[in-house]
Design a protein around this ligand. Structure first.
Ligand SMILES: NC(=O)CC[C@H](N)C(=O)O
Length: 238
């Protein structure tokens, strides 16, 4: 049985917060029997009210500094890695959810972790090299055609660093003349995208993720046991 009410937080230290909340509101209409509350999260107390969390795009270095100052790092790690609550990171949010990152700022930067991957920050260059690409996101399973991926100083998943097959590749992009890059991954309760669905007006990824949140809370199982609706494991792919 799905819970009658679900609180979804959006980490609101910096970055694309209102855009996510707007699309989450729209996506929630796909689940009319459930009351959703969407909460901007800036404190450990607010985080403790959440059943699931979105970490938006923005600038991961800034987010990390602010999260540290506000005493949010340990509560965030507990939320993601001990309580296994559903979490989705977009762009800078994906960086924050990686266990390792390369091309970090000098001296490194603090990460929450949860995804056994190393991300490469700013893979495609600076702001002016931002681009849009049609992505084939099979996990949406809707047959409604490609999803417009918006990439802004985007990271990619450079390597899966724990080869036990729990990291599932859900999306890739291939720029002309370049090799294919991994831009969407999932490991149990943690989902990450290099691109920004909240900037497209296309509600499909938000609706899919909210569906997973509902499913996870209905089953109230640990992250590792969540039903993976689709997506091949990395080992299956190679
Ligand atoms: N649009 C974005 O979120 C950019 C992410 C940024 N390059 C970072 O590493 O934090």
């Amino acid at each position: 049985m799905p819970p009658p009410a679900i609180t979804v937080g959006v980490l609101a230290l910096q970055g694309g917060v209102v855009e996510h909340i707007a699309l989450l509101h729209r996506a929630s209409s796909s689940y009319p029997s459930i009351t959703f509350h969407f909460l901007e999260v800036r404190t450990p107390e607010q985080l403790s009210l959440c059943d699931a969390l979105v970490i938006p795009g923005g600038e991961s270095t800034t987010m990390a500094i602010v999260a540290r100052r506000l005493g949010l790092f340990e509560p965030l790690r507990e939320f993601v890695k001990i309580n296994h609550k559903p979490v989705w990171g977009t762009c800078a949010g994906l960086v924050m959810l990686a266990e390792e990152a390369s091309a970090t700022k000098q001296g490194g930067q603090e990460l929450i972790g949860g995804l056994d991957v190393r991300v490469l920050r700013n893979k495609f260059g600076t702001q002016v090299q931002s681009f849009v690409a049609d992505l084939n996101l099979e996990f949406l399973g809707d047959g409604e055609g490609p999803f417009r991926g918006v990439f802004i100083r985007a990271p990619v998943v450079e390597e899966v660093i724990n080869g036990d097959g729990k990291v599932r590749v859900l999306g890739t992009v291939k720029k002309p003349g370049e090799e294919e890059d991994i831009v969407a991954v999932r490991q149990g309760n943690v989902f990450g995208t290099s691109f920004h669905p909240e900037l497209t007006g296309d509600v499909r990824v938000h609706a899919w993720w909210l569906g997973n949140v509902v499913e996870a809370l209905s089953q109230s199982v640990k992250g590792e046991d969540l039903v993976i609706r689709s997506g091949k494991s990395v080992t299956e792919q190679t």
